[in-house]
Ligand binder design. Structure first.
Ligand SMILES: [Mg+2]
Length: 335
């Protein structure tokens, strides 16, 4: 006999074994509180402070199959990523995230520790990326495919929102955050995180993550630079969005919304230009700033805004999307 307590094993209880109230009682203590909350979870709705008089709101879903594979992502990863992607869209408006509401639908056979892990990931993601932002409510339901639907709120703190449409010719194009890592991590998972039949494999994915922690980690649990959104707004950013689908695609969106062109310097895109231009899901912040204005900390110059409307260029030449596109291989099958 020893006095040391054994590490608790994950509970074998599933959602089917517990009432909704019992599940909520497991989740609530794990969730972060919000600095903006006047009333948190437990009533019909939460009540949030909105001192600006305006608030930013956005929503983003993650569905098993199209958006993630359970063999690759831990429950903690799923909660973290669901928080990160939503916080990133709030930050891309120049706002500070204040609160999330989270709806989860899961098969009744889902072990309760999976739901607890998602709650822990939501908490750790909020605490790491947007301290003071909390989970103030949500909903639980049953579904064949594990589904997380997050709605995020943000405070503009008296600033004007930074839209996609404000870039002007001559502005500097700059980025805060990573570029191409998450997309490369996904391509690694598709190539090497599957068994001989192409089925996602948890052990292979875990080994891959140990060998390539930067890229696979960026894909499964991204760390977008949330506080750089308000910093960009304060520094006079003329336009901004978060890079969710790849630098070239998202720069094209900003260019069309603003009626301008974006010309990237290949030398600023790192050694692997196509990987930088094509890889999605890093959720870095792409912003434009007036020429000559000092860039806020964390932003690096990638190029300039040109007058030709709606085009994306690299060193002055039109960019055509090339290389391997991992998203075409995403067949939506659950795994
Ligand atoms: Mg976005």
């Amino acid at each position: 006999m020893t006095n040391a307590a054994a590490a608790p094993l994950p509970s074998s209880e599933t959602l089917a074994d517990l009432s909704e109230g019992e599940v909520l009682a497991r989740i609530f203590p794990r969730l972060p509180g919000s600095d903006a909350q006047l009333l948190g979870p437990g009533d019909d709705a939460a009540v949030l402070r909105a001192p600006d008089g305006r608030f930013v709101v956005t929503t983003d879903m993650m569905i098993q199959g199209p958006d993630f594979r359970l063999a690759w992502s831990t429950p903690h990863d799923l909660g973290w990523k669901a928080a990160a992607t939503n916080l990133s869209d709030v930050a891309a408006m120049g706002a500070r995230p204040t609160a999330l509401v989270v709806a989860i639908a899961a098969p009744p056979s889902t072990p309760i520790w999976v739901i607890e892990g998602i709650a822990d990931g939501l908490r750790d993601g909020c605490e790491a990326l947007a301290p003071g932002c909390g989970v103030v409510g949500g909903d639980l339901s049953a579904s064949d495919a594990l589904t997380l639907a997050v709605t995020a709120f943000g405070d503009l703190e008296g600033r004007e929102p930074v839209l996609r449409s404000g870039a002007r010719p001559g502005d500097v194009v700059a980025l805060a955050g990573r570029l191409g890592d998450a997309g490369w991590g996904l391509s690694l998972l598709f190539r090497l995180g599957v068994d001989a039949d192409g089925t996602p494999d948890a052990a292979l994915a875990a080994a891959l993550r140990e060998r390539h922690p930067r890229e696979v980690g960026a894909q499964l649990a991204p760390e977008p630079p949330i506080d750089r959104g308000p910093a960009a707004a304060l520094a006079g950013a003329t336009a901004m969005l978060d890079v969710s689908d790849g630098l070239a695609i998202d720069a094209g969106r900003l260019a069309r919304a603003s009626g301008v062109g974006i010309d990237f310097d290949s030398s600023a895109l790192g050694g692997q230009v196509e990987r930088a231009l094509g890889g999605g899901e890093d959720h870095g912040l792409l912003a434009t700033f007036p020429a000559g204005a000092p860039l806020p900390d964390g932003f690096r110059r990638l190029g300039i805004v040109t007058a030709e409307s709606g085009v994306v260029l690299v060193d002055g030449t039109a960019h055509t999307q090339g290389g391997w596109d991992p998203y075409r291989g995403w067949d939506g099958a659950a795994g």
